[in-house]
Design a protein around this ligand. Structure first.
Ligand code: ZN
Length: 344
């Protein structure tokens, strides 16, 4: 069973299906993210149907906005749809022309490809096409409406945006080589790519990690919120505490491999972890998380492999080595009661 099967198998909730689309859908252009964002907005308004005509501009405007910051939104040749978005940004065409170009070229593959994960259609539909003659509508299903009223829906919007930014950044930098340089800034809580002289922030660490943690604390599974301004805002926790930085050989403790999202309670509450070493079950959980991101071709895959090893065997050796060193310095292991059932 691959890590992806485990991920879908353990919590086959609607959120999991949505995440599998966002995380594992193959992307040759970013249209899927734009469609996801615009369909989410329709769902949030409670509508159960929208015509392609009405969807065209909101959908295209997500792409227009991303094109302003990241010109590379497609891996192949730029087609007429992207060109229309660029022209719109440059004020050489108006909204109506953009709408017409979107209807003609923007929806061609993305509507059918949206629910394809691992080359197979997933069993849940978040929308369906209702095309007859000249009538072209999108029907939003109960599945997306159920999702839209959950607390995690807002997180899913953040995650979709985070994933989009990671993907476009990977394309812009020629995927593998340049993503090796993804680093974490603790003060700013940002992942960034060193682009020679200019540093480019790609996404908040919270948004990038939450895709795996599904809105739960890494340690106790309490619900957490990735929105930094919320009262339940989660912490980005160094699994092996950063006080170890001067002492640990062979590892960058600011690396994404060592970062998890935790509730404030676990990180720094009454019985919080602070600078203790997490117990062995959490070490296994962290390893599983990293293996999952690697096998799912997450844009951070190359970074994780660079930080921890190119084969799983090396990565297990790496974790054991760091764990032994960490425990020899900090001695005590820390553990907490689960607040909710384990889901990863
Ligand atoms: Zn917790």
């Amino acid at each position: 069973m691959s890590s992806i099967d485990i991920f879908q198998g353990e919590a086959p909730s609607l959120e999991s299906y949505w995440r599998s689309i966002i995380l594992f859908g193959v992307n040759s252009a970013s249209y899927k993210f734009a469609l996801a964002q615009s369909v989410m907005n329709v769902a949030k308004n409670g509508s159960s149907m929208i015509s392609l005509d009405d969807l065209a501009l909101p959908y295209a405007s997500h792409l227009c906005n991303h094109l302003k910051k990241s010109p590379k939104q497609i891996t192949g040749r730029t087609g007429p749809f992207i060109k229309a978005c660029v022209d719109f940004n440059n004020h050489t065409i108006g909204a109506d022309e953009l709408r017409i170009a979107t209807l003609r070229h923007g929806f061609n593959c993305v509507l059918d490809a949206f629910h394809v994960v691992n080359r197979e259609q997933i069993v849940v539909d978040f929308f369906q096409k209702d095309f007859h003659g000249t009538r072209k509508n999108i029907i939003l299903t109960d599945a997306i409406h159920q999702l839209a009223v959950t607390d995690t829906f807002c997180n899913l919007q953040h995650e979709t945006e985070a994933r989009w930014r990671l993907v476009e950044t990977a394309w812009e930098h020629g995927l593998n080589a340049n993503l090796l340089g993804v680093k974490y800034d603790q003060n700013e809580n940002l992942l960034f790519v060193d682009n020679y002289l200019q540093r480019k922030n790609i996404t908040s660490a919270r948004d990038a990690l939450n895709g795996y943690q599904k809105g739960k604390c890494f340690y106790c599974f309490r619900d957490i919120d990735v929105d930094q301004h919320s009262v339940n805002a989660c912490d980005v926790d160094h699994f092996y505490p950063h006080v170890l930085k001067p002492y640990i050989n062979g590892a960058n403790l600011d690396g994404i491999w060592n970062l998890v999202l935790s509730c404030k309670n676990c990180n720094r509450g009454a019985d919080g972890k602070f600078a203790k070493v997490p117990s062995t079950k959490y070490v296994k959980r962290l390893h599983k998380r990293n293996e999952f991101l690697i096998s799912s071709h997450h844009p951070l895959r190359e970074t994780l492999m660079q930080q921890t090893g190119t084969t799983e065997r090396q990565r297990i050796g790496f974790m054991k080595n760091i764990d032994t060193q960490a425990a020899s310095y900090l001695i005590h292991r820390w553990e907490v009661q689960n607040v909710n059932p384990e889901i990863f």
